[in-house]
Design a protein around this ligand. Structure first.
Ligand code: AMP
Ligand code: MG
Length: 405
């Protein structure tokens, strides 16, 4: 055994991670269909006016506004109908004083017209080509001016903005079929341990199915990166060094297991062979045996997560998610929190910041934490509460803040 000689606080671990992250610089082009949730890598200015022509915002009649002055239901203006214009058509008539054209929403305003009266404020007159107008319209009424939405030269997207559905819509409106975005960080995920095998196979005595590759993969995909799973590595320094080399092309490497202090916990030795350790051991529970390092001459960031599935996933939420999002240039994740009453007294390790999983039933938080090795500590939890390092007990009935998954 090689016991931890020291651990660092959670705050210190966060500081070192913040200092180490270098946001992705690679850029790629994606089709608008695939752009949701991506981060724009360049400003985009519009080459056209949107709408590209003055158009009606209502179904009604295109008129010369001055002709409708003073019009009311009892004293309507009477205009001669010249044409019917539908969306996608250009009218060839000129709407002069005393005339109008029926117009559909989205249709180009005919020449001469400067306002639209909505159909509800009109009636067909006794003569078939006469329209009665019951309401006065002012210049520009119910007309979408050319360029009113976006003018040619306007910036519609700024570099660094998240491509939301609305921003993807703005790109479509100016005729773009693709967007320049930052590449998703490639994250190599690899489990270590002689006992770890792929789900789907048959367990030989002493073996377990790989859990961490899948929980880590789910976290990575949910936070703007692409997961690249690797085959589990055996517990030898040579196999772990080979595994590190196999992950060299990634933007981030995440191992699990082998990061503690047992004879077979050799990740530390592999890191020593290929890079520099930034920290090893954090005063949190679960998840103390977590390491962070930089590998190779390009200093690829490396997380060594604990093997215990709950420790691994808990630290993935707490440390890996913020790092991933900064790497991917995504805004920080803001999980929802709620206040709840604690349903049972819990005790916590002193000198370690504890993340304690709970289930919520009718506004009451009930302990869900079983053990660091039990994935049901998380799969059956709705969220977690935090117990600071200097606190050892939370009493039944206490009001607690629960961060929801
Ligand atoms: P280690 O950190 O390698 O000492 O592993 C601690 C515990 O987690 C042991 O019981 C391992 O069998 C278990 N473990 C390690 N890796 C995984 C994994 N990928 N999936 C499920 N359990 C694991
Ligand atoms: Mg192991």
């Amino acid at each position: 055994m090689r016991p931890f000689t020291s651990t660092i606080s959670l705050e210190e671990a966060r500081r070192r991670l913040d200092a180490a992250v270098r946001p992705i610089a690679r850029i790629e082009r994606v089709r608008l269909e695939d752009a949701a949730g991506r981060v724009a890598a360049a400003d985009v200015t519009s080459p056209i006016d949107v709408p590209p022509f003055a158009r009606s915002a209502m179904d009604g009649y295109a008129v010369v506004a001055a002709d409708t002055a003073g019009a009311t239901r009892s004293g309507p203006a009477r205009l001669r109908l010249l044409d019917r214009v539908y969306a996608g058509q250009m009218s060839t008539v000129i709407v002069e004083h005393g005339t109008c054209a029926e117009i559909a929403t989205g249709a180009p305003l005919p020449a001469g017209a400067d306002a639209v009266v909505m159909v509800e404020d009109t009636a067909t007159g006794s003569r078939g080509d006469e329209i009665e107008i019951f309401a006065a319209a002012t210049d520009g009424h119910h007309v979408g001016r050319r360029g009113a939405d976006i003018a040619a030269g306007d910036r519609v997207i700024a570099s660094g903005e998240l491509l939301s559905p609305g921003r993807i819509g703005a790109l479509a409106a100016i005729g773009r079929m693709d967007a320049e975005v930052f590449a998703k960080p490639r994250v190599a995920i690899l489990s270590t341990g002689n006992e770890v095998i792929e789900p789907g196979g048959m367990l030989a005595p002493g073996q377990i199915f790989d859990v961490n590759r899948f929980t880590l993969g789910a976290i990575v995909s949910a936070h703007g990166a692409s997961a690249e799973p690797h085959r589990a590595a055996q517990d030898t320094v040579a196999a772990l060094v080979d595994a590190l080399d196999a992950c060299a092309a990634a933007d981030l490497i995440v191992f699990s297991g082998g990061s503690s202090v047992g004879e077979r916990d050799l990740v530390v030795d592999a890191i020593a062979a290929r890079g520099g350790m930034i920290f090893h051991g954090i005063a949190v529970r679960p998840g103390k045996p977590t390491s962070f390092a930089e590998i190779g001459s390009v200093r690829t960031p490396f997380f060594g997560m604990p093997g215990n599935p709950t420790s691994c996933l808990s630290n993935a939420y707490i440390l890996l998610v913020p790092f991933l999002r900064a790497l991917a240039r995504l805004p920080p994740h803001e999980p929802r929190t709620i206040r709840a009453r604690l349903g049972r007294r819990i005790t916590s390790a002193v000198n370690r910041h504890q993340f304690y999983t709970v289930r919520l039933r009718d506004g009451v938080a009930l302990p869900a934490f079983k053990g660091s090795g039990d994935i049901t500590s998380l799969s059956q939890a709705d969220g977690y509460m935090e117990i600071p390092a200097d606190q050892s007990v939370v009493e039944e009935g206490a009001s607690v803040t629960v961060t929801l998954f």
